[in-house]
Design a protein around this ligand. Structure first.
Ligand code: UDP
Length: 432
């Protein structure tokens, strides 16, 4: 049921060029404090989407610093992911609810752990990521339980209340909870141990390290983009909350002023836990109709081992980057593009609001008309693109690089460990 994702250490030294010296010192002393402790992360998929993206870098970086840490995934049947994607949509505010059958499917998978050997997962602290892992909370073997930190990566600002109330009892079984933004914390959770930890990107990964413009343009040209004409791009899973229809509408509107405009929508996330993507990809293709200047790329168009470089290339060489989401837990694609010196036009929601300073490091938009107007403005004014892009990169350097994220996680882990030790000491002094 659990599979270890085998990742070795990467040296930490190269990260320090991007960091304030005090952050590097903090990290080293926190790792020292956790010496002899083991930290385990569990999530539902090894690739695709923001969580896998973070863990792929966080684990090697942590090991490079000397931390004893590992990453495990669960491997449920596809029917489980059909339910958890629906649950994800409900928690972000979709109408409806899980049927009794779906609820049974969701919880059943947690129940299968009764026959599992938990030995390899023994740890001093667990980070459990997202609702997919919540049913586990009810089925851990008797007497076997590290302190558990549940991490919620989704936008809970306007949830479907009934669904939220249905999952909260499991959330409360965790010892602490992490949310990306303060306004995602459900008022009724009433937990004493809440951490606000916005996600971050790895500046040294293949996706985010500097790519020479010529190389980036080579990728675009090989994928059918005409380099002599402007290009607007959104990099996102094909998901209703990313507003793919709004992206196409804004492009069409802006094309009135820039007839040569092209649109790329890169949705090759290869995410096993997003079964909805293929269907939305097809529906979007029908919506676009016969427009040779719109390029939709799905999983089949970009092999997994090329995706990181292709995303890097589009974020580096596009003229305008969009993230027109209508809900967004955080939006790593925004961070990635800003790190490449691009001002992003983003939906005025969730984590995007926390990343883009409107009019300074990008633009926040509430609808298609605003989005189209900002596309036109950025296309007309390359010098504005440059100055905003510089502000964008600097704000990511200060706030959203992975070492800061690891520091926050380590602090949460240390707090949990200390609290457990206090609990054990109190219990033994009561006994004696
Ligand atoms: N991504 C990718 N290929 C794609 C589309 C997305 O590798 O074609 C990556 C993207 O670069 C980012 C992650 O998937 O690292 C998406 O994270 P985000 O937080 O933006 O959204 P989520 O998918 O988690 O809702």
């Amino acid at each position: 049921m659990f599979h270890r994702i085998d990742l070795g250490p990467t040296p930490f030294e190269p990260y320090t060029q991007h960091l304030a010296p005090s952050l590097t010192e903090d990290l080293r002393s926190l790792v020292q404090e956790l010496r002899g402790s083991r930290v385990v992360h569990v999530n539902s998929t090894p690739v695709g989407g923001g969580v896998a993206e973070i863990l792929r870098s966080l684990i090697p970086m942590s090991k490079g610093l000397g931390l004893d840490t590992d990453w495990y995934i669960i491997s449920p049947p596809n029917s489980f992911f059909d339910v958890t994607k629906k649950l994800h949509n409900l928690l972000q505010g979709a109408e409806g609810g899980l049927t009794a059958e779906e609820t049974r499917n969701y919880r059943l998978y947690g129940g299968e752990t009764s026959s599992v050997d938990f030995g390899p997962l023994a740890a001093d602290v667990w980070f459990l990521h997202d609702p997919q892992l919540l049913p586990l909370m009810s089925f851990l073997p008797e007497g076997w339980r590290p302190p558990i930190i549940w991490v919620c990566h989704i936008d809970l600002s306007a949830p479907n209340e009934e669904t939220l109330n249905a999952v909260l009892p499991d959330v409360r079984k965790s010892d602490a909870q992490v949310f990306s933004m303060p306004y995602y914390v459900p008022a009724s959770l009433e937990s004493p141990n809440i951490h606000i930890i916005p996600p971050a990107i790895d500046p040294l990964s293949e996706k985010n390290r500097p790519m020479p413009m010529k190389e980036a343009q080579g990728y675009l040209a090989s994928m059918g983009i005409d380099l002599t004409r402007p290009l607007v791009t959104q990099v996102s899973r094909f998901d209703p909350w990313k507003d793919p229809w709004g992206v196409v509408d804004a492009y069409k509107d802006a094309k009135g002023a820039f007839p040569g405009l092209q649109l790329a929508y890169l949705g090759a996330s290869h995410a096993a836990d997003d079964p909805e993507g293929k269907q939305i990809f097809e529906r979007l293709g029908e919506y676009v109709g016969q427009d040779p200047d719109v390029h939709l790329y799905g999983d089949a168009d970009i092999p997994l081992d090329r995706v990181d470089r292709v995303v890097n290339a589009f974020q580096t060489a596009s003229d305008v980057l969009l993230q027109k989401s209508v809900r967004e837990g955080f939006g790593l694609t925004v961070t990635e593009a800003m790190w490449k010196g691009q001002p992003v036009i983003g939906g005025n929601v969730g984590g995007i609001k926390a990343q883009i300073q409107d009019g300074h490091s990008g633009f926040l938009v509430d609808d298609v008309e605003q989005c189209a107007a900002r596309i036109k403005q950025l296309l007309e004014r390359p010098e504005l693109r440059r100055s905003m892009g510089e502000a964008a990169r600097e704000s990511v350097r200060e706030r959203f690089l992975l070492p800061r994220f690891l520091r926050d996680y380590l602090r949460a882990a240390i707090e949990r460990k200390a609290s457990q030790q206090r609990g054990t000491a109190e219990a033994s002094s009561t006994r004696s």
